[in-house]
Design a protein around this ligand. Sequence first.
Ligand code: SAM
Length: 279
Amino acid sequence: MSGIDGLPPLREVIATHQLSAKKSLGQNFLLDLNLTAKIARAAGDLSGMDVLEVGPGPGGLTRGLLAEGARRVLAVEKDERCLPALDEIARHYEGRLEVINGDALQVDPLEKLTPPIAICANLPYNVGTELLVRWLTPTDWPPFWSTLTLMFQREVAERIVAQPGSKAYGRLALLAQWRCEARIVISLPPSAFTPPPKVSSAVVHLKALPEPRFPADAKTLERVVAMAFNQRRKMLRAALKGLAPDIEEKLLAAGIEPTERAEQVSLEQFCALARVIKG
Ligand code: SAM
């Protein structure tokens, strides 16, 4: 029995249900329930919150979230082999865990959850960035979620919190920091997972701001940033020349030197450029 909830230890769960990890599904499991409870705590106070978890696997983080007091958890898992293990957790925490066997990219969580909503997950690496970008780029703000607490490969986590002038600075940093507070809250070595991945990991906590830090049209800002970093070594007047015939003037109007490279440009300057371009 495990200390956090009286359910069997995760190694036993994995052996009972024969959950050998599948690489194709990005399965690197967390088997230390003290660690999964710590990740759940990094999500903040969960009492009174519904939680969306993507990829519960054998349920280590799910158990952490429930033990830490989440009102309800909706867990979306693609691998049907995990369902019996998750069912045992659902029975233990009656009425608080719902499991959907499906692809998180296809599920609308609002059909099942009521705000305030936290999203917390040890994401499968193959869909992690796609899901994050989706959560960060809704047309309306604030989004349906209040916080994101997500495990990524360390390199991706660093791209989310990166500052101008660094190699990791780019589209992810700008999308995340425009409308959220983003920080790395836990760092994990490969040995924290079973099987261990090749690289280190980190948990990023993002809190949705009530309003963007600087005004800009979301679609225009996304387009400007994507183009600027697509050719990040070029001067901006060259990288962005497809955006407007008078791009040099527009850059100057936004307070950006046309000979600057994207890496040197701040979030505030990118927002100013998006406003000048939108007109
Ligand atoms: N949360 C568990 C843990 O921390 O031990 C498992 C994490 S493992 C990195 C990622 C999980 O996501 C796996 O259980 C995998 O089957 C699941 N998964 C992969 N692709 C998915 C998708 N598109 N939708 C939902 N779950 C997915």
